[in-house]
Ligand binder design. Structure first.
Ligand code: AHR
Length: 646
């Protein structure tokens, strides 16, 4: 290269380098932005709804079967598989055993479960058993020194057969624990045993369950079940870790049973509550709209027990004559049986033992009535293009209101010509959309029905929301809080997902899990913080200065005077907020800050890195009538201000 050219290239390179580093400096040296938040801490603007944050649930993503409902056996109620084969059951032939496994559609333990597994054993002995095996919901999680309740319905060709229930390590084939049930009879009966795992067991989900037989003969089996310890030790109960995660959200209500799950794809596949109560053997199971059959182990009473366990009030959605694929029942006489069914369902929930359905509930194990304030008529009826909702809603409303005048009735779509107590609105939006909509309810008049945001979520992240979604979720929640005089309830959806391949049908979902463990997404943690620190009255506040992607809400706890302040900084630069309390007769003397932050919007929690993003807390050194707070870039902040030292 000639010297002149070389000098020129070096000069160009130096100029480019200087330009690059100047722009790099510019990129990294954006000055922290500043804003002022003025809080009117005199008289409250309005009361804040005590029920603002709750849960919405349905059978989707293996929320119950393979999720919250603690049953460990997959497809315990034997049905024909999709291709006429057995789903999730295998024939076991150890050593020289010879056997055959098929579905017998002529015999089953009940009218609801009219078929069974027929195990025909031609050759078996103590060292060569035959039997059936099930690998559960992506494995069977076992812990040491733990009792597992096994049960099954069976009958034998010849009285007296013995059946051994066993838990077996997948990798080694080693039997970890077993118990033999003696004397199976020739008519259908339920058998039970307890399997205790050894102290030396290493926790793992690489296990399967088997029923083994050591003599020739024929055995029919159905409703094979295995339960680990459950939350509050409730029989037929729920998974402990998931209940604890939900409890931490301090939910005020549970909206159930859906969602699309309430409607079913067709009228025939709707959620028929009467088929979900009573002994499991009398529950026929049903096909859900999310592509798999529901065991209905999580039935109406189990939903209510879930409410009771987590101190939530039920928001009972009743089937209202419209199903997902477009079938509907016209208002009038044809709809009356559905209205009657809803009235009976409400009686099952609230009736005394002297009523028909209250007595049934007592028989099913819960003598005391459950509290009930809200009943929802259908789900997303704006999709009913026949235009039948207003008529259907009116028929349900009038009948329910006449018998239960104290109930608040929720419409799922705008209704013409009839009173609506509460309107359920659903929002599945992008982060940008939620940022833009954070002031949506600030602008709405207070003259219409109350609002229930029955489903909402930022649609970013898979299978659970990432930190970017948590930021826009939090921004949206500030709007819900500022307007919780109008928005009486709100629930994120979907709530739960099994993260195994083929587990989710919908993403993102708030809480993820596999057979053994679970985790909360960043959005989950935002909700934990927002719900835990929230007052019962709304304080007016005004923000000025750099307002881009900064969001705030302020509430106060009446009895203690504690101010709960939410501040979301959805910018990649820090923002200093000057906080001014207008009246502060007794200025705050101490404060705590709870921070959820991440270096990037794509950062997230996963099943293998469950606590990548979790809240941190710090004491605020200097608070008072006027003080400033620097919000970290990309951060969700909850600040509690206490008049006296905390
Ligand atoms: O939350 C998932 C689904 O979204 C619900 O079942 C339905 O109501 C909505 O369309």
């Amino acid at each position: 290269m000639p010297a002149r050219m070389h000098r020129f290239s070096v000069a160009v390179a130096l100029v480019l380098l200087a330009a690059f580093s100047a722009s790099a400096q510019q990129m990294t040296s954006i000055a922290p932005r500043s804003a002022t938040l003025t809080i009117d801490d005199g008289a409250a603007k309005a009361a804040s709804s005590p029920t603002l944050y709750g849960l919405m649930t349905e059978e989707i993503n293996h929320s119950y079967d393979g999720g919250l409902y603690a049953e460990l056996i997959r497809d315990r109620a034997i049905r024909h598989g999709g291709w006429g084969q057995l789903d999730h059951w295998r024939l076991v032939q150890r050593g020289i055993a010879q056997a055959n496994l098929e579905i017998d559609s002529k015999t089953g333990p009940s009218t609801a479960l009219p078929v069974s597994l027929k195990l025909t054993i031609t050759s078996a002995n103590a060292s060569s058993p035959a039997g059936i095996a099930n690998s559960g919901w992506w494995g069977i999680p076992l812990h040491p020194r733990t009792d597992y309740q096994a049960s099954f319905w069976a009958k034998a060709s010849v009285a007296g057969a013995d059946v051994t229930a066993a838990l077996i390590d997948d990798d080694s084939g080693r039997i970890l624990t077993q118990q033999t049930v003696h004397g199976i009879g020739t008519s259908w009966q339920r058998y039970r045993t307890t399997l205790r795992t050894p102290a030396s067991l290493t926790p793992s989900a690489h296990n399967h369950f088997a029923l083994l037989v050591t003599q020739p003969g024929t055995l029919w089996l159905n409703l094979v079940s295995l339960f680990p310890p459950t939350y509050n030790n409730t029989p037929n109960g729920n998974r402990i870790d998931l209940m604890q995660r939900m409890a931490a959200m301090h939910p005020a209500f549970l909206r159930f049973p859906g969602g699309n799950y309430l409607e079913g794809n067709t009228i025939a596949q709707r959620f028929r509550w009467k088929q979900t109560i009573g002994p499991l053997v009398d529950r026929p199971t049903h096909m859900s709209p999310w592509g798999y059959r529901s065991s209905d182990g999580m039935g109406l009473l189990e939903f209510l027990n879930w409410c009771q366990d987590l101190h939530m009030q039920p928001v009972l959605a009743v089937y209202a004559g419209y199903s997902l694929k477009g079938e509907h029942v016209a208002a009038g006489p044809a709809l009356q049986p559905y209205v009657q069914s809803a009235l009976e369902e409400i009686e099952y929930v609230t009736g005394s033992r002297s009523t028909q359905w209250g007595a049934q509930r007592a028989k099913d194990g819960h003598p005391a009535p459950f509290p009930l304030r809200y009943v929802e008529i259908g789900n997303e009826d704006q999709f009913d293009k026949s235009g039948s909702y207003s008529g259907r809603y009116a028929q349900f409303y009038d009948a329910i209101h006449q018998k239960y005048p104290g109930l608040q009735i929720i419409a799922t779509a705008p209704v013409t010509g009839h009173k609506v107590d509460v309107l359920d609105e659903h929002y599945y939006e992008s982060p940008q959309q939620f940022f833009a909509m954070a002031d949506h309810y600030d602008k709405l008049p207070r003259t219409g029905p109350k609002i229930f945001v029955g489903e909402w979520a930022t649609m970013e992240g898979s299978p659970t929301p990432d930190f970017g979604a948590a930021l826009s979720d939090a921004a949206w929640m500030t709007g819900l809080e500022r307007n919780s005089d109008l928005v009486v309830m709100a629930s994120y959806a979907p709530l739960l997902t099994n993260v195994n391949p083929m587990g989710p049908q919908w993403v993102p979902d708030l809480i993820g899990y596999d057979a053994s463990t679970s985790y909360g997404s960043p959005s989950y943690w935002a909700q934990v913080l927002f719900s835990k620190y929230r007052g019962d009255e709304i304080l007016a506040s005004a923000m000025s200065g750099s307002l881009l992607r900064i969001f705030a809400s302020v509430t106060r706890e009446k009895s203690t005077g504690v101010i709960d302040l939410k501040l979301v900084n959805a910018n990649t630069v820090a923002t200093t907020v000057q906080i001014h309390l207008d009246h502060a007769a007794q200025p705050p003397a101490s404060g705590m800050q709870y921070i959820l932050s991440a270096p990037s919007t794509t950062a997230t929690n996963t099943i293998s890195d469950p606590e990548h993003i979790v809240p941190r807390q710090k004491r605020l050194p200097k608070v008072g009538r006027d003080f400033s707070l620097t919000l970290e870039p990309l951060s969700i902040n909850v600040i509690t201000l206490h008049a006296k030292g905390k």
